[in-house]
Ligand binder design. Structure first.
Ligand code: CP
Ligand code: NVA
Length: 309
């Protein structure tokens, strides 16, 4: 049994195994309908419990499909519907109950500590569905999308992030270390990744490249990523933050600094950090990106259950 909480805690070898498995499984489903079960039914009979403390469209739906395709069953609960959400039952007791009824637990939360606490009290795997510091399922799936479109290992590509230093970027930074790819980040000086993230990169003998000028960050990029300026877990003056990022909007003139065949990715939901013409334009691969979450999350689940081939 393994957890999937942070990319940085998973070996490069296992991350690569997940991506390889996802590719094989995706190829095999070309002519199969959404809810048809994979013929090998690897998670037959298992119950996976998803819990959301915050809104989600893509994560909940893509996991619902992923779980079904693996032959397992899923139930989605809102934190506020459990005794835990109302404070009437301890986390330890809730974890025991989840482990009694379920075979896997998946949590979107506003607290990294809560994921850690659950992981200590559960006897079933836990998957992080987004926390303040990490969005590992999203980013591993995004690496899959990049390699699928570019038909090259990510280590041979220049990746650029334009925007806030948030959970998605933290996970992207972790994958840049694991898969050894070049990562440029364009953001205002006072929104750079936190020291503990930079220190971790250094400790692992890798480098990330920080620019205040988004054009410099975008130069020669194969892929440009962006994300909302204000994240679900941000407790900030939203107006001020959006103002601080006004020069970091991904528009068609910024894309000109990237390679001619560069692609644009965004995990969604979006705000005004990207213009409509870029988001809906032919360089944008955001819908393919969203769909791939189903395929990669299936292999993440199989990793957790020790069933990767
Ligand atoms: N990208 C993503 O995780 O979307 P949701 O918040 O809709 O799940
Ligand atoms: N950084 C965003 C990602 C949403 C999927 C957030 O945390 O709100």
């Amino acid at each position: 049994m393994r957890n999937f909480i942070n990319i940085k805690d998973i070996s490069s070898k296992d991350l690569r195994k997940i991506l390889n498995d996802a590719k094989k499984r995706k190829n095999k489903r070309k002519k199969i309908s959404t809810l048809d079960i994979d013929p090998d039914r690897p998670l037959k009979g298992k119950l996976l419990i998803q819990m959301y403390e915050q809104p989600s469209s893509r994560t909940r739906l893509s996991f619902h499909i992923a779980i079904n395709q693996l032959g397992a069953g899923s139930i989605i609960v809102k934190a506020s519907e459990l005794h835990l959400g109302k404070g009437g039952e301890s986390l330890a007791d809730t974890a025991k109950i989840l482990s009694t009824y379920g075979d896997g637990f998946m949590l979107r939360t506003d607290s990294d500590k809560k994921i850690e606490d659950f992981s200590k009290n559960l006897s079933i795997p836990i998957i992080n569905l987004l926390s303040p510091s990490s969005h590992p399922c999203q980013v591993l799936s995004d690496i899959f999308t990049v390699e699928e479109i570019k038909k090259k290992p990510i280590s041979k590509l220049n990746i650029t992030w334009i925007g806030d230093s948030n959970n998605v970027l933290n996970s992207l930074i972790a994958t840049s270390v694991k898969f050894k790819f070049k990562l440029n980040i364009g953001c205002p000086k006072n929104y750079r990744p936190p020291k503990f993230v930079i220190d971790w990169v250094k400790k692992n003998k890798r480098k990330i490249y920080l620019y205040n000028d988004p054009k410099k960050a975008a130069k020669n990029a194969d892929v440009i990523f962006s994300d909302k300026v204000v994240s679900l877990n941000d407790r900030v003056n939203k107006k001020k933050k959006i103002r601080d990022f006004r020069n970091y909007r991904v528009n068609s003139s910024l894309l000109k600094y990237a390679k001619k065949d560069a692609i644009f990715l965004h995990c969604l939901p979006r705000g005004n950090e990207v213009t409509d013409d870029v988001f809906l334009g032919n360089k944008s691969k955001v819908w393919q990106q969203a769909l791939n979450r189903v395929h990669v999350q299936k292999s993440i689940l199989l990793y957790c259950f020790g069933k990767l081939r």
